[in-house]
Design a protein around this ligand. Structure first.
Ligand SMILES: [Zn+2]
Length: 364
């Protein structure tokens, strides 16, 4: 990603237009330290009186939706508009344990999947010692219905990440993406502008897997500040495949299907019809989203379209350029959403500006 380092001294009626199309990987910090899997204490995750093998890895009081998302049973019939507020891991620290049934090789793969996220965001997975909230990673291969699944964000107490596709690093990364707070891309309320869900090719009992979730992946508009057409992420590791839940397909498989469950609408069909649902990399927006959810300490956000509190954070960005730069410390980084901002004033702090998603005009 390109960056601009501009010591600003007396800028009057400044007009700067810049557009940076970032293509490189994001700033990397807090690289995961290599962990010897044998050092990670294994412990049974089953709560007293519960055999998780008989519940397909689901803790009491939880249910599965959208194929691989675990929610509290009490939330099942709740208005999704009101529910699914995502709780992030404070400080980006995610305590984890492995179930005793997870092999050394499986642990190595899980740690590698963790690295995919820690490489692009300020996230640290730490072996749990006494932390009250933590994820337990479990091998579901011997369950009655082996499956990959996870809750969304912090649940409180132990939350289980079930994995059966141990050799697919980015399926594990997908589940960890859920644990970190991401929801499926095609649950966006604007998804019908970009893809068509073919309910006739889906068992009605599975239709609920294509429910829209207004608060899912809640940041495309308020955070990116872009027209949706530029933020619907066909490449996301959090997108379903074209055959997900198709009548003749098992969940989470990518078998060729005669009648696809998801059709990409023109003009994106040529490029993306066969490419949605990839599980071999994080997309650019996957990385960017996660890096914004778990930002560096000196990152500051500016979005002129924001209507909430001007806190300079990712979720509550500053609204004006001048307020943003005056609130920043020397050498802080300002992420600017596309738009036009009044920048008249005297600015004397060195800072880094980044506009990875489109044109930014600073003027009067
Ligand atoms: Zn999922």
């Amino acid at each position: 990603m390109q960056k601009l380092t501009i010591p600003l001294i007396l800028i009057l009626f400044m007009l700067i237009t810049f557009s940076i199309l970032a293509s490189a990987a994001l700033t990397s910090e807090a690289q995961a330290q290599p962990v010897n899997p044998s050092d990670v204490a294994a412990q049974p995750l089953d709560p007293p009186g519960v055999d998780l093998r008989t519940t397909n890895g689901l803790l009491p009081g939880t249910v599965l939706i959208e194929g691989d998302i675990v929610i509290a049973e009490a939330d099942l019939n709740r208005d999704m508009n009101a529910g699914f507020e995502v709780n992030l891991w404070p400080g980006g620290v995610v305590p984890y344990v492995f179930d005793v049934n997870v092999s050394s090789t499986q642990r190595t793969n899980a740690l590698f999947a963790m690295e995919q996220w820690t490489d692009v965001a300020d996230i640290t997975f730490v072996e749990r010692t006494f932390e009250p909230n933590y994820i337990g990673i479990r091998d579901s291969s011997n369950d009655q219905n082996p499956a990959n699944n996870s809750p969304i964000g912090v649940q409180g107490g132990l939350q289980i990440v079930n994995i059966t596709s141990w050799n697919a690093i980015f399926i594990i990364a997908h589940e960890l993406g859920h644990a970190l707070g991401l929801v499926h891309e095609q649950s966006r309320t604007d998804r019908d502008d970009f893809v068509q869900i073919n309910f006739t090719n889906i068992d009605p009992a599975k239709w609920f897997n294509f429910q829209e979730a207004p608060n899912s992946r809640p940041y495309p508009k308020t955070i990116y500040g872009l027209p949706d057409a530029q933020t619907y992420d066909f490449d996301s590791v959090m997108h379903y495949g074209q055959c997900s839940f198709a009548i003749e397909c098992l969940p989470d498989t990518s078998c060729p299907c005669l009648f696809e469950s998801i059709t990409v609408l023109p003009p994106n069909d040529t490029l993306w019809q066969n490419a949605i649902g990839q599980r071999d990399h994080l997309s650019f927006l996957d990385e960017l989203t996660m890096s914004f959810l778990y930002p560096e300490d000196n990152w500051y956000f500016l979005d002129g379209t924001h209507t909430g509190l001007p806190l300079g954070t990712f979720v509550e960005p500053q609204k004006t350029f001048n307020n943003a730069v005056s609130a920043m410390a020397n050498n802080d980084v300002l992420w600017i959403q596309p738009g036009t901002y009044n920048a008249v004033g005297i600015h004397s702090k060195p800072s880094v500006w980044r506009a990875p998603l489109g044109s930014v005009i600073l003027g009067n």
